[in-house]
Design a protein around this ligand. Structure first.
Ligand code: PRX
Length: 635
């Protein structure tokens, strides 16, 4: 018997030990007993972190949608698979049963086929949080097309980069989207993006805001009439376990966003297994993750993980403060949510508001709380624990990444004792370690280091789309035979892990990964800018905010600074999206540089953090005189 569902701490340790000693037996039993395969694997695992090449369940055949939908029809066909909660409280929620989902996914899959989409083709999905988003993700998986969901808050330029990088033939979007009081012209953004995407032949447009939008002849088609005509039966494409399931872009510290490529079999097993354990989901429960499906959290823990377990999963279109700051709690009460999963940035924003927004609602259905995306600070942890969980709901502080595909380090509720700000213990099958400055593992407890992993797990990304070299360099080059996460961490006296944050130039703002290089490139496109550098600084709600240091060209020196700041942020909004806007922009005559010409970000961080006494030695700089100027003019 496999240990699919861990129920206490003793069992966790037993399962964990087994998973490490006999990983192949461990994962094979779980895969065999809890999933539907058209053909079993020839080999559970082959791996080589040098190449790197990782294969799980090689030779196995399956379709993930048979696991997420078809196999539930006999036992829970009428059970709600997805509850869709709209932006506006006056609009009715939709309850989509497994049966309805089956029909909707098959119809959508047939529409895609009708547009010539076949196994292996890339489909760009640029949709708001409406049911068509989840349905289209599954429809791609049904026919073996590779979905590349782009968060519908990204700009036209960011969208175009992602479409072109993986040669999408088709874009799925909507006439617009609602976010709180605002409506957004998504189709307009797609039109602008496609001016530089020659490979896109078709755009399918869902109706959401009923706006009157221009349609390009021969390219743009309304989705609804096509769905109406489509058959609700679509044979699933039978995939190899190692066939790609999706590409999802994440920011790197330099250059282009990285298209992380995930495959089918291992991803499914791991997303489902971790969902079951980290949320302790039981058959009648209603689970809500507030993320957007445009991020990995939504892929693994709104769509695939919950549905593979036959769960009821909530999709929310709106924002936490519309119509007011009580919206989340109103939804918890309305749908009697049992497991609630959100990000620290949301918790901090909610905690700033009047407690009456919480107290007005009955939250007694809640059993488990989750946190993801960035380190949760002590204050936010306690507010979440005291006021939302009423001190009886364990908090799963889940550490993981787009690259890991699923949760890696997290308490298992009701088993692992929680400790504020600690992600605690690894999931079964996961072997974390901390690496020291000497490039070797730091042994023992009460130590600090860089978080790496020694052994593969089923959901790890297999490559960066079109750039295997970069995959190797980014994750496998820092330490020989280890996957390196890019995060720093500490291990306490009992072996619990606490994540301290990124150690590279990625900055996490409101839970979104932002690379410094793409933002600097956007700033430098402003015609008045000669050079720029950005760093993060602590922010009450966003966790980090961005601080830019900008050298102006001579011709811009006399211009109004506030106007320049607005223009620079406008450039960033155009190139990346509003999430990457700078909170502070300081104009300076120079940037501190090493003799080899590298910007010393450490110094800029001290200025942004207002800790100039921690500057250390600046005498080796090429231009030490600039440091005092920067400190004197700090914002
Ligand atoms: O720095 C870590 C932080 O988010 C990074 C991964 O970001 P992304 O790929 O966008 O995925 C976010 C959702 C899984 C990590 O390298 N991070 C994520 N979860 C936590 C975290 N930092 C601390 N604690 C966490 N629970």
């Amino acid at each position: 018997m496999s240990s699919y569902h861990i129920k206490n701490l003793e069992e966790y340790f037993q399962v964990y030990r087994k998973s490490i000693r006999y990983p192949e037996v461990f994962w094979e039993e779980i895969a065999e007993e809890h999933f539907l395969w058209r053909k079993k694997w020839d080999n559970v695992l082959s791996w080589d972190f040098q190449k790197p090449e990782i294969k799980w369940f090689e030779g196995a055949k399956l379709n993930i949608t048979e696991n997420c939908i078809d196999r539930h029809l006999g036992i829970r066909g009428d059970k709600t698979a997805i509850i869709w909660e709209p932006n506006d409280t006056n609009e009715k929620a939709q309850h989509i049963s497994y049966h309805d989902l089956y029909e909707r996914v098959n119809k959508f899959a047939n529409v895609l086929k009708g547009q010539g989409i076949r196994k292996g083709d890339r489909v760009c999905i640029y949709l708001p949080m409406i049911p068509e988003l989840a349905v289209s993700v599954l429809a791609c998986a049904r026919i073996g097309a590779i979905h590349s969901v782009v968060f519908a808050g990204f700009s036209a330029s960011a969208l175009a980069t992602r479409i072109n990088d993986c040669d999408c033939k088709i874009v799925l979007t909507s006439d617009g989207s609602y976010r709180g009081k605002k409506s957004i012209d998504l189709k307009g953004i797609v039109d602008e993006a496609l001016e530089t995407c020659p490979g896109v032949e078709t755009v399918l447009v869902a109706k959401r805001i009923n706006s009157d939008i221009p349609m390009v002849d021969g390219r743009d088609k309304w989705l609804e009439p096509l769905l109406k005509k489509a058959s609700s039966e679509c044979e699933p494409e039978i995939m190899d376990a190692e066939d790609p399931l999706f590409i999802l872009y994440t920011s790197g510290s330099t250059g282009m966003p990285k298209g992380m490529m995930h495959t089918t079999g291992g991803y499914m097993v791991y997303a489902a297994y971790t969902f079951k354990n980290v949320f302790q989901y039981k058959e009648e429960d209603v689970y809500w993750c507030t993320a957007d499906i445009g991020w990995i959290t939504g892929h693994s823990y709104i769509v695939y993980g919950p549905l593979a377990n036959g769960a009821t999963t909530v999709m929310f279109e709106g924002v936490p403060n519309y119509p007011d700051w009580g919206r989340f709690w109103e939804i918890v009460e309305k749908h009697k949510i049992n497991q609630f999963y959100t990000a620290p940035t949301a918790i901090r924003a909610l905690a700033k508001e009047d407690l009456k927004y919480v107290e007005d609602h009955d939250l007694s259905s809640l059993t488990v709380l989750g946190s993801v995306g960035e380190p949760i600070n002590e204050e936010a942890w306690h507010w979440y624990n005291d006021h939302i969980g009423k001190k009886v709901c364990p908090i799963s502080d889940t550490w993981w990444q787009t690259e890991t595909g699923g949760i890696m380090i997290s308490p298992i509720p009701f088993s692992t004792p929680t400790k504020p700000t600690y992600a605690s213990l690894p999931m079964p099958g996961i072997v974390p370690c901390l690496m020291g400055k000497d490039g070797k593992e730091v042994q023992g407890n009460q130590v600090l280091g860089r978080l790496a992993f020694k052994f593969p797990w089923p959901a790890m990304a297999r490559t960066i789309w079109g750039n295997h070299k970069r995959y190797k360099e980014t994750y496998f080059a820092d330490y020989d035979n280890y996957y390196f996460s890019g995060d720093g961490a500490m291990r306490d006296e009992v072996g619990y892990y606490r994540i301290t944050g990124r150690v590279d130039d990625v900055i996490i703002v409101s839970g979104h990964n932002l690379g410094s290089a793409p933002i600097e490139n956007a700033i430098n496109e402003h015609q008045g800018v000669a050079e720029s550098a950005i760093v993060g600084f602590p922010h009450d709600i966003k966790g980090n905010a961005l601080y830019g240091f900008v050298i102006l060209k001579d011709e811009a020196l006399d211009r109004d600074h506030d106007e320049l700041r607005r223009e620079i942020n406008q450039k960033i909004t155009e190139r990346i999206g509003p999430i990457a806007k700078l909170d502070k922009i300081q104009f300076t005559s120079g940037l501190p540089k090493t003799r080899s010409g590298k910007i010393m970000r450490r110094i800029l961080r001290c200025v942004a953090h207002n800790t100039p006494d921690e500057l250390g030695d600046t005498s080796t700089l090429l231009n030490p005189e600039v440091v005092q100027e920067i400190i004197d003019n700090a914002l």
